[in-house]
Design a protein around this ligand. Structure first.
Ligand SMILES: O=c1ccn([C@H]2C[C@H](O)[C@@H](CO)O2)c(=O)[nH]1
Ligand SMILES: [Zn+2]
Length: 134
């Protein structure tokens, strides 16, 4: 699986976004260790805060399918710079992505910036932090 193929799948699934409120479609493509790709788009709601971002849609689809090990993700939107994931998605990513996993952020011109998980969310709250109180 090439980076360009993952980026293209993120751009393609973006067309499925349900975005009547923001009119800002986003697509994500998530590669599993086993070589499968799970795609996701953002899904909005009339109660705005219930919106699910593209990144979390892709992750939740994969996890609900029994996949919890990933090797790369691509995220695409129509932005001037490669689209930055929101803070909520970074926290959900950090639950499943290893610190050195690459996340390819892109726009419709395929201008792509690649960050490692640990660069997108340093000092993440993690499961080990719960052990003190349990
Ligand atoms: O990385 C991002 C940034 C924003 N959004 C969505 C949330 C909302 O539906 C719309 C505008 O914020 O874009 C994503 O899906 N992913
Ligand atoms: Zn998000």
């Amino acid at each position: 699986m090439t980076v360009d193929s993952l980026v293209q799948q993120a751009i393609t699934i973006r067309e499925r976004a349900y975005v009547p409120y923001s009119k800002f479609p986003v697509g994500a493509a998530l590669l599993t260790k086993s070589g499968k790709v799970y795609t996701g788009c953002n899904i909005e709601n009339a109660s705005y805060s219930l919106t699910c971002c593209a990144e979390r849609t892709a992750i939740f689809k994969a996890v609900s399918d029994g996949e919890t090990e990933f090797t790369a993700m691509a995220v695409a939107a129509d932005t001037d710079r490669p689209v930055p994931p929101c803070g909520a998605c970074r926290q959900v990513m950090s639950e499943f992505f290893q610190p050195d996993m690459p996340i390819h952020l892109t726009n419709l011109q395929k201008e792509t910036k690649t960050f490692l998980m640990k660069e997108l969310l340093p000092f993440a709250f993690q499961t080990e932090d719960l052990s003190e109180s349990n």
